[in-house]
Design a protein around this ligand. Structure first.
Ligand SMILES: [Zn+2]
Length: 425
């Protein structure tokens, strides 16, 4: 088995790993690099990407985040895609409202710990805890060798038990572990992240203290966080108002345990920008499907004190028009680093212009360094290769058998491990 990481050896984002055995190939993820537009970025030079080629057996999408699927729409029609069923439904529900496209016309669904055989490969997905819903780590076996791709994972979300199960009972005989390291170099080795349960307690306090509307800016596809917000809101007898895009995604997942239209205290607001999309695309049936749980602009001011509302900066004008901002608070529930970016200045100015205080309440979508170490020790791979990290150079101080690779270089699973530490750069 030979491997080429086309993108991701020295960056977070744009992950793409090609694996070859017996002249057949599969690809793990075909992501968009961070801070890039799809039009600016070419597909990696994989045979079968520019035009169909029977030697490319499948492209696996580990989870529905742009940095893992964002170039998939450029693949030739008919390219076999392996993706989680809920992940596919999320992307299809989201495409109605967000720009970009996902064109999967030949799909095989991933199922936790169910092996898919493709030519010389056996591909086994493992459902993992991550801020994306329906996220998998992927084990690839061929030629008597085993490669394990972590995808993106963590231990402190609502599915943390999946991580603990993996640490307690890891697959044995892993030759290569491609290990994400999003948090390496960003936080100290001993830094533990709050769990979603911790956040739930904190949100509950914040919602209880608020005399006006609680606005929360979080990712509409961070399903764990939406559950946290709904639970915290209900604990203090407030309703959760989400925009129609988020409500569509929650409903599309098809998990009856997730908050969605029909749940007590779950309301749907249609922001101006999404209303334009509905009109432009003629999606009136979609809008009508939420009519029983809609909250309209003229109702917001009256219900502000008993409401938690999902917010994004594109909704600032909607909020102003409804006169619901007296006593409002903003809770920022994304990575704090984004706020330092220049383009966030109008948002911060909008907050101060309306005297809206802001609190940060968030936890990472990625494992702490301590948790990554536990995982690596449990796997004890013959070779551990950094991926999805800005600090591959720090891996050797944290893990055993680290081999740093470069984008676009082919290497052999069997041979490289035997080269020993000389292979380190
Ligand atoms: Zn990622």
């Amino acid at each position: 088995m030979r491997v080429c990481i086309h993108r991701g050896t020295h960056e977070i984002g744009g992950s793409c790993v090609e694996i070859e055995s017996q002249d057949r190939r599969i690809v793990l993820d075909v992501g968009l690099p961070l801070d890039s537009e799809p039009a600016e970025v070419s597909l990696p030079p994989v045979t079968g990407f520019a035009r169909s080629d029977p030697s490319l057996l499948a492209v696996v999408i580990s989870h529905p985040h742009l940095d893992h699927y964002g170039l998939a729409h450029k693949l030739p029609l008919g390219t076999p895609i392996l993706i989680g069923p809920a992940a596919q439904r999320i992307l299809e529900a989201a495409r109605v409202f967000v720009p970009g496209d996902v064109g999967f016309d030949s799909v095989i669904h991933l199922q936790d710990r169910t092996t898919v055989k493709m030519g010389p490969f056996a591909v086994t997905p493992f459902l993992m805890d991550h801020s994306a819903y329906d996220a998998y780590a992927i084990m690839v076996e061929a030629d008597g060798q085993r490669l394990f791709y972590s995808g993106d994972l963590r231990a402190h979300g609502r599915k943390g038990r999946l991580f603990e199960r993996m640490v307690a009972d890891p697959p044995c005989g892993i030759d290569v572990l491609l290990l994400e390291g999003s948090t390496i170099g960003r936080t100290g080795q001993d830094n533990e992240y709050p769990t979603e349960d911790d956040l739930e307690v904190r949100f509950e306090q914040l919602f209880a203290e608020a005399s006006g509307l609680s606005l929360v800016w979080c990712a509409g596809q961070n399903i764990d966080r939406l559950v946290t917000l709904y639970r915290a809101a209900r604990h203090v007898r407030k309703q959760l108002i989400v925009d129609m895009y988020t409500a569509s995604v929650l409903r599309a997942i098809g998990n009856p345990k997730l908050p969605q239209p029909g749940f007590t205290g779950f309301r749907v607001f249609l922001p101006w920008s999404q209303k334009q999309t509905i009109i432009r695309k003629g999606l009136f049936d979609l809008a009508n499907s939420f009519v029983a749980v809609r909250i309209y602009p003229e109702q917001l001011a009256d219900e502000a004190a008993t409401s938690v509302m999902l917010f994004r900066p594109s909704m600032a004008k909607d909020m102003e028009k409804t006169d619901c901002l007296a006593g409002a608070q903003m809770i920022y529930s994304l990575w704090s680093g984004y706020l330092k970016e220049d383009h966030q200045r109008p948002f911060l100015e909008w907050l101060s212009g309306h005297d809206i205080p802001m609190t940060h309440c968030h936890t990472s979508g990625h494992a702490s360094v301590a948790d990554l170490k536990r995982l690596a020790e449990a796997f004890a791979p013959r070779m551990l290769v950094p991926i999805h990290s800005y600090a591959p150079g720090q891996y050797a101080s944290l893990f055993e058998n680290v081999h740093i690779k470069d984008d676009g270089c082919w290497w052999n699973v069997a041979g490289a491990a035997l080269n020993g530490p000389k292979d380190n750069k």
